[in-house]
Design a binder for this molecule. Structure first.
Ligand code: NZQ
Ligand code: ZN
Length: 388
């Protein structure tokens, strides 16, 4: 554990079947104007919308709504939310939905009062938040992103064909999040497995970096083992509460900044996947699964000791009498077999990617430096081609 860091996570979580009972208590901490943000209608179909609205009304709140937050929220939609937050002078933004709604709420929180274009300020110039921040609370209905307990907000700029992760500090983290695993039972299977792969990839993005003996890597291995175990149960029975609750809890720890502490972290699957998302608007987790095997098979040679450890500690590969390459390769084979078992998308064509998009996707891929190999643009193209 060689890295120096400071760690604080300010989000209060309420976890369990009765977690929503805590919403009223939290609402009492904020003023009366609540901006309720939600997606394309799932919360109306499940009855959650009615439940939340009645709690808001009983708490004496004035409710203003921004419905229709789409998966992969756009910059135009962000402008709309900022306008609504300013017009109604919102005291709290309550996101009810998946990672897209939580991300969106945080982006509005940091942008409504920033007095300039948030894309230019936070993405192009990489500035810190220095304006009034509107507190955010979340009621999570889709598991995967970790957005419920972190400062990330991924926004898609359709004009520039860029999908960018705006990373905000503690002031923008959700103040509270309600996590009731039962709310995820209504997710279509496609979304459930996409979220499961998203979780797994959040862990590997942080695990595959560094050569030091790092406590965080042991935590990562435990989380991956739990996820593999619970995912197999959830595949057989999506209404197994124990499995779904473990998956929800793993998702939160996979990306609430804990696993990145003391590590450089990789994130190149996400960088490539996000650029694919900018071109296709595909489901986030599927953009990751589609490029993962090509990427990790390429990366293996550059981080062989960690890939060997991954094979043995996560996939129970028996190392006896085998070369390091064979052990590491067997680990990746088992990972691929698990992905197929999940039924996630394993190639880019299925997401609508065509050959003529590859150059643009490579251009939109941010090349990060924390992993075992700093990719060149040509290597990104090679990985994209191998993912077709
Ligand atoms: O819009 P509605 O009608 O609510 O339907 C949603 C949406 O179509 C549906 N859904 C959600 N909960 C449901 C449900 N349907 C039935 N029952 C439920 N209980 O699921 C669909 C996907 O929802 P979305 O919120 O888009 O999914 P997810 O949670 O995967 O969020 C994806 C966004 O998060 C970003 C992604 O890039 C993407 O924009 N990410 C955010 C991160 C962060 N903040 O740290 C990190 C991640 O790597 C990721 O990049
Ligand atoms: Zn992700």
């Amino acid at each position: 554990m060689l890295g120096d860091f400071s760690y604080c996570n300010p989000t209060r979580l309420y976890f369990g079947e009765n977690a929503l009972d805590n919403l009223a208590g939290e609402l009492a901490e904020y003023g009366e104007k609540v901006l309720l943000v939600y997606g394309g209608g799932s919360i109306k179909r499940t009855g959650l919308y009615d439940q939340v609205v009645s709690i808001l009304k009983e708490s004496g709140k004035q409710i203003f709504e921004v419905p229709g937050v789409m998966p992969n929220p756009t910059l135009e939609k962000l402008y709309e939310g900022c306008e609504a937050a300013r017009t109604h002078n919102a005291d709290l933004i309550l996101a009810v939905g998946g990672g897209s709604c939580c991300d969106y709420a945080k982006a509005v929180s940091a942008s409504a009062w920033c007095g300039e274009d948030p894309w230019e300020k936070y993405f192009e110039r990489g500035e810190e938040v220095d304006c009034r921040v509107i507190p955010v609370g979340c009621v999570l209905t889709m598991v995967g992103t970790g957005s419920e307990m972190n400062g990330g907000a991924v926004i898609t700029n359709r004009t520039e064909k860029l999908k960018a992760d705006l990373e905000f500090g503690e002031s923008v983290f959700p103040r509270f999040t309600i996590l009731n695993p039962r709310l995820t039972f209504t997710l279509p299977r496609y979304q459930m497995v996409s979220g499961i792969y998203d979780i797994f990839n959040h862990i590997t993005e942080q695990y595959f970096s560094g050569e030091d003996d790092n406590t965080t890597d042991y935590i990562a291995e435990g989380l991956m083992r739990s996820l593999l175990h619970s995912s197999r149960i959830a595949l057989r029975d999506p209404e197994d509460y124990e499995a779904r609750s473990n998956i929800m809890w793993t998702a939160t720890w996979a990306l609430n900044s804990l696993l990145g502490q003391g590590k450089s972290t990789d994130w190149m699957v996400h960088m490539i996947g996000q650029s694919v998302g900018a071109y296709t608007d595909a489901t986030h987790g599927m953009t990751l699964s589609a490029v993962s095997m090509a990427y990790y098979r390429f990366l293996m040679a550059y981080g062989l000791p960690k890939f060997k450890r991954f094979a043995v500690n996560v996939w129970d590969v028996d190392p006896a009498g085998k070369t390091d390459e064979a052990i590491a390769g067997e680990g990746l084979d088992r990972m691929e077999a698990w992905m197929e078992e999940l039924g996630v998308v394993m190639n880019l064509r299925e997401l609508g990617v065509t050959e003529d998009m590859l150059e643009g996707i490579a251009d939109g891929t941010f090349l990060l430096t924390g992993g075992y190999k700093i990719l060149t643009r040509e290597e990104v193209i090679t990985i994209l081609k191998a993912s077709m």
